[in-house]
Design a protein around this ligand. Sequence first.
Ligand SMILES: [Zn+2]
Length: 431
Amino acid sequence: MLDLLIKSARLPEGPSSVDVGIKDGLIVEIGEGIGQEARYIIRAEGKLLFPTFANMHTHISMSLLRGLGADLPLMDWLQKVIWVLEGEFVSSEFVRDGALIGIAEAIRSGTTLFMDMYFFEEAVAEVAQKAGIRAGLGFGVLDFPTKVASSPEEYLQRARSFIRAFRGEELLFPVLCPHAVYTCSPQTFKRSLEMALEEGVYLHTHVAETPSEVEASLERFGKRPVEHLHSLGVLGDKLLMAHVVWTTEEEREMIREKGAKVLHCPESNLKLASGIAPISDYLRRGIHVCLGTDGPASNDNLDMLEETSLMVKLQKGINLDAKAMDARTALKIATEEGFRAVGIRAGRVEVGYDADLLLLNPNSPHLQPLYDPIAQLVYSAKSSDIDTVICKGKVIMEKGELKTIDQEEVLFLASKWKERIEEFLRSKMFN
Ligand SMILES: [Zn+2]
């Protein structure tokens, strides 16, 4: 008896009608007319079956700050808007409500794994578990005091208790998140590395996002960010580095040799005017590249389909070469490469892989006529065309309806926080 049977879906390459049998979270059979019985059946006539997306870098609870500080560069955006509002509002309640809004958006746009870095991650874990989505969650570590902790030691302690509390969950896994080279001292990075090794978790950080970060690193440490992390021994195959926009040839070779992963966030890098990462060069060298949206306050959404489309077009544009990246490579980076970076066997519609799958409805004028489903997914589709989302064999959205989240509640919470935040901003203006 199967747990789930998808009937008559169309694979983007191959037969126009197949059945997919799912049991214990795994794809166990793909074929025409599977005769087995199933506890649940999805009829997918005319719909396209793809793997789901892995959003490898975000701060999902920042959905509550979406739209604020638009049009500022990174440092102004952080110092004048984000850190001020976070100082006032970040709490367990803020993080939980923000995560609910963000996770609803992520599922609607076909994502079943997100890598998160923020505070009060217990609250994100609670919402992610209820929603049935995978998440790699990390408690942020900084050198300077915030309302969350007063010293690097205290951040690290909180991070360690988080790791210990959430190890061994089915869909969640804890990671460790020293924030960045410009916010963590060499000592903090070394302590984080020690803890990551002791606890057996990934390190997730921000690296070489802007030219000014590189300058500050040269001034403070005499080394560029990647060189600096390399000299501290932090560069390794358990290191997930968001951005990696500004690197030299030597740094790229260090990344390749050590097997560190690049989490590319093209839309955030464009919006904050940070630059365009040389992704096609990284791929040529054999560097493992994944894709992320960054936080929904610097993007300003969690839409991985839009991110995929932007990534591939940017690489063509900056290289003046239509072959610099193709749609198939882009889709692989946005799906399989993300899951693989954290040891999850998903991101392919293949027997033996985890059933992280989406169905897309191509019956809209912007997707017709349909000649090349993969190219048209990347260049023509919108995430609102995604109809059904399955995470490790469980249906979490069907026919456009969220199965594990109450969308009315999401909209209510968003308006509640908008009122509170706007009231604070008005009071700041008059003081
Ligand atoms: Zn980030």
